[in-house]
Design a protein around this ligand. Structure first.
Ligand code: 13P
Length: 284
């Protein structure tokens, strides 16, 4: 199966109240772990690729790996640019074979965010590519993007509804209290904001910063209208912890396969659990 736009599965997720996971791809082992987990769970999923990951892997390798995963698995998989910062990077990804892009214009003034997002939606939709927009500022650190939690600003429902109406995005990320990275304190999710927006627009809300959010909060967010959830850090932690343990125990290990294979298995377990929690098993 070729890579698909998020519209292959997000409308069904919104209608049937489940969420599709965006699992970030950082290298081949991440891609394999995510794909194998989804195959066992028969779940659609989204490969999220940040601009940093794109630089690290190279755009050709990124697309080839995602296409191989789609071909091997037969699952509906979207290859999605995560937090794209401008029109050019979004177009570069689409030309290279991405089936979905996020434009994160949340640091621009509201009207400017609408104008820039609209341009990308127009071009992307003409090519059958889905678009995610963002409103409000999500705290935490991701790649080179760092937002102090104190500066993270929650989305205003009436602005979010207008943003959707003017831009026509296929999924809308709004800041509702989650943050990228692991949480130091308690997470507080503003379900009222999710509900107020989700009940007025036909597309799902995207929850960024899915790592470390307690299961009951994830379930409640989905009931309120979240249909896409992003997870990266928990896989990074599982991967690195496994490698650290193996190398710490035996300094004679030199074959990368000896620590990358167990790291991949650890990530696969994380992804399987998330897929079950999000309710997307058997939805492929
Ligand atoms: P976490 O790294 O906190 O899981 O967040 C991932 C994310 O939101 C990617 O956009």
């Amino acid at each position: 199966m070729p890579l698909v736009s998020m519209n292959e599965f997000l409308p069904k997720a919104k209608a049937n109240r489940f969420a599709v996971g965006q699992f970030n791809m950082n290298n081949l082992e991440f891609a394999q772990a995510i794909t194998e987990a989804a195959m066992e769970e028969k779940s659609p999923f989204i490969f999220g690729v940040s601009e940093g990951a794109l630089k690290y892997m190279g755009i050709e390798y990124t697309v080839a790996i995602a296409e191989a995963a789609a071909k091997k698995s037969g699952l509906p998989i979207a290859l999605h640019l995560d937090h794209g910062s401008n029109f050019d990077i979004a177009m570069k990804c689409i030309r290279a074979g991405f089936s979905s892009v996020m434009f994160d214009g949340s640091h621009h003034p509201f009207e400017e965010n609408i104008r820039l997002t609209k341009e990308i939606v127009k071009a992307a939709h003409a090519m059958g590519v889905s678009v995610e927009g963002e409103l409000g500022t999500i705290g935490g650190v991701e790649d080179d993007l760092s937002v102090d939690e104190a500066d993270a600003a929650l989305a205003k429902p009436e602005e979010a509804i207008r943003f959707y109406e003017e831009t026509g995005v296929d999924a809308l990320a709004i800041a509702v209290g989650t943050a990228h990275g692991m949480y130091k304190g308690e997470v507080k999710i503003h379900y009222d904001i999710i509900e107020a927006v989700a009940s007025k627009i036909p597309v799902p809300i995207v929850l960024h910063g899915g790592s470390g959010v307690p299961d009951d909060m994830i379930r409640k967010s989905i009931q309120c209208g979240v249909g896409k959830i992003n997870v990266n850090t928990e896989n990074q932690v599982a991967c690195t912890k496994t490698i650290r343990e193996i190398l710490g125990k035996d300094e004679n290990v030199i074959d990368p396969r000896k620590y990358l294979a167990p790291a991949r298995t650890a990530m696969k377990e994380v992804v399987k659990e998330k897929i079950r929690l999000f309710g997307s098993s058997n939805q492929a």
